[in-house]
Design a protein around this ligand. Structure first.
Ligand code: FEO
Length: 399
């Protein structure tokens, strides 16, 4: 299999997973890649490995780029199995003298693979590793997104190997950002941020500031998923800065499920009200929308509205799925509201309001409940709910 020299003496030797469709609950409709980089200098270093199922692909590229078949160092920037899965096979085949990683990564690797007496060399922020003409500087990025996460910066090449940060689950033939469709690239980057990085947004802001303070010159960012940023380094750094701030636009997500169509009619009326206030809307019938696409749209939205009929004194299971998923991702800077039909109990709206509040999304109205089928007056109340939420979004944005 082909390798690609991304900088002089630095080769991409990773694997492309065209068929991946789920990444722990995140829909990866464009697949993914597991990037690994071989640095050839007086010493040789492999930066990260790949998912266990892709070991043969890594080995095929490695054998081409590393004729000696022997590594000096294996640098592990992250212990998660999509980057460490082939570790035992890499150690057996390429026999590195040292596994270079953070202390938390060493501990996690032992907890994943057991105690084998592997030759760890623990590094921390500011430590360097000389490979000859090339120097690797390490920057721990704890909780971005695991405790063990780390960046490796190749000083002379001004190359930042950024582990999961700045990645995309996006399988492509092109390895560089300027070789593929730009709008799809940014959509996949935003989806990755919204579904993986979002809960750590405060840390992202601080990390971007500290990288700036370190004065690192970066002319290439090589994440462990997706394409390598060559032309758009500034673009992705700016996007991360904005996504980390979770700056909202005049935009709202209306996520709902419906039993016999009443809550769907209510959703359309709510949408009408939002549009009348100049709010960009994503109406997401959860029978057709994946939770991770809802989160992507929520990233730059100023409101989340939830709609569900009452079922068995609660709300419908697809709404429960979205709430469970969204709660963990901790979106901020939103307002909320709820609506839904019912037959007799009618608890869903009250429960949805409580869920929104527990997610620190303030509810701007008690919501709209409709018995069985909405009439014109009911739909007008739904329109007014949309208007009220729209005004609230605009007020929060100062527009
Ligand atoms: Fe791509 Fe956190 O692993």
């Amino acid at each position: 299999m082909n390798t690609l020299e991304i900088k002089k003496g630095i080769f991409w030797v990773g694997a492309i997973d065209w068929d991946l469709r789920d990444f722990h609950g995140y829909s990866t409709e464009r697949g993914s890649t597991y990037n690994a980089f071989l640095v050839m200098d007086e010493k040789t270093a492999l930066m990260d490995t790949v998912k266990a199922t892709k070991t043969a692909e890594l080995f095929s590229r490695m054998r081409k780029a590393l004729p000696s078949g022997k590594l000096d160092y294996l640098v592990l920037n992250h212990a998660e199995m999509d980057h460490s899965g082939s570790l035992p096979e890499v150690l057996a085949e390429f026999r590195p003298e040292k596994i270079v990683c953070s202390a938390a990564c060493r501990d996690a690797i032992v907890e994943h693979f057991g105690k084998h007496g592997w030759p760890f060399q623990v590094v921390k922020t500011g430590d360097t590793l000389s490979l000859g003409k090339k120097t690797v500087r390490f920057i721990e990025t704890k909780m971005l997104h695991w405790p063990d996460s780390m960046f490796s910066y190749l000083e002379e090449d001004r190359l930042l190997i950024s582990s999961d940060a700045f990645g995309q689950h996006y399988a492509t033939g092109g390895r560089f950002d300027d070789e593929i469709d730009q709008s799809e690239l940014m959509r996949q980057s935003a989806k990755y941020y919204a579904n993986i990085i979002l809960p750590y947004s405060g840390l992202v802001t601080r990390l971007l500031e500290s990288v700036k303070a370190m004065g690192l010159e970066i002319d290439m960012i090589a994440p462990d998923h997706g394409v390598i940023w060559r032309k758009g380094v500034g673009t992705i750094l700016q996007a991360y800065s904005e996504w980390a701030a979770q700056k909202a636009k005049p935009k709202a997500v209306v996520a709902y499920d419906t039993m016999w169509g009443s809550t769907a009619k209510m959703a359309q009326a709510v949408v009408d009200g939002l549009i009348s206030e100049g709010i960009e809307v994503r109406a997401a019938d959860l029978k057709g929308w994946h939770r991770s696409d809802v989160m992507t749209e929520l990233l730059d939205s100023g409101a989340l509205l939830l709609g569900s009929p009452t079922l068995n004194n609660g709300y419908l299971p697809r709404i429960a799925d979205l709430i469970c998923y969204a709660r963990g991702l901790k979106p901020i800077n939103k307002v909320g509201a709820s609506f839904g039909s019912f037959g007799w109990g009618g608890e869903a709206v009250k429960l949805l309001n409580e869920e929104l509040q527990s997610m620190k999304i303030p509810v701007v109205d008690e919501g709209v409940r409709v018995k069985y089928v909405p009439g014109d007056d009911d739909l007008d109340k739904c329109r007014q709910l949309g208007v009220k939420v729209g005004k609230s979004v605009r007020a929060n944005l100062g527009i």
